[in-house]
Design a protein around this ligand. Sequence first.
Ligand SMILES: Nc1ncnc2c1ncn2[C@@H]1O[C@H](COP(=O)(O)OP(=O)(O)OP(=O)(O)O)[C@@H](O)[C@H]1O
Length: 315
Amino acid sequence: MITLTGLTKRYGRTLAVDRLDLTVRPGVVTGFLGPNGAGKSTTMRMVVGLDRPTAGSALVGGRPYAALRNPLREVGALLDVAVAHPGRTAAAHLQAVAASNRIPRRRVGEVLDTVGLTEVAGRRTRGFSLGMMQRLGIAAALLGDPPVLLLDEPVNGLDPDGVRWIRTLVRELAGEGRTVLISSHLMSEMQHTADHLVLLGRGRLVADAPLDDVISSASLSAVRVRTPDRDRFAPLLRAAGWTVQPGTPEEETDPDELLVTGTSPASIGELAFRHDIRLHELAHRSGSLEEAYLELTGAEVEYRAASDEPTTRRP
Ligand SMILES: Nc1ncnc2c1ncn2[C@@H]1O[C@H](COP(=O)(O)OP(=O)(O)OP(=O)(O)O)[C@@H](O)[C@H]1O
């Protein structure tokens, strides 16, 4: 369990994390989402003692990181990919981490196996791909068999197989009763991975709820309409008091498509019938996590763009 109470981090004039109250529970995968610069990495770094809170506290299993006797056995973290010395082999890197944390050597073989790196254990990490480095980082996080895991953007740069692998792994780890906090920008991926979501915006908590609740709480459902009479139909739909948009981004190429919110397929069908509009498709479309996320954090993203603050951070 991770418990954050009034957790705050200020870097000069930037309030990176703003009075965060949060409990991350065991047995479920908690997705940690938020726009660039929302404060996800800073929060994770404070949990593992890499950053000191300006105010408030971050506890792992009820204690601050600095008070943990065997930190790696209490919490494992993947925060930075390139931590292994390029001249060391994967096995040597893990052996060094194990030795300095009084973790038995046999764990090295076990975690290499878990992350699928056994065959390349004797290779220097210099030649490792990003995906292999991610796996090695996760192996290091798992070395102490910790009940709490923090993974910052673990699917970054991974191919679809790697993404699927991470998804399966974190679900297994949570299934074993561990606390798993995983940050990502890939909403669609989180929709398949997380049970619970924590959304941050400008360092503040925007949502802390089960995945299904987050999706259904935002007013997302829409009706997809395909009609060759789009230009005639769109004003009629608007005149009826409904919101009309072009199709969803991936479908924008379809010039016949409209997305209508605030009504039902039946009402749209009736309206079309009354005005001699030809319909080629009329379908209810439930919301996605991506849309819920944008709706909940939209204001935060717009604020950043309007204020022209840099959205990049330390290298
Ligand atoms: N070491 C630092 N010094 C100064 N400012 C920092 C530092 N680390 C983070 N920040 C700032 O704190 C804010 C939160 O950054 P953080 O990296 O925690 O966000 P994030 O949600 O992890 O973003 P991303 O998704 O881009 O990784 C940003 O405004 C960032 O510029």
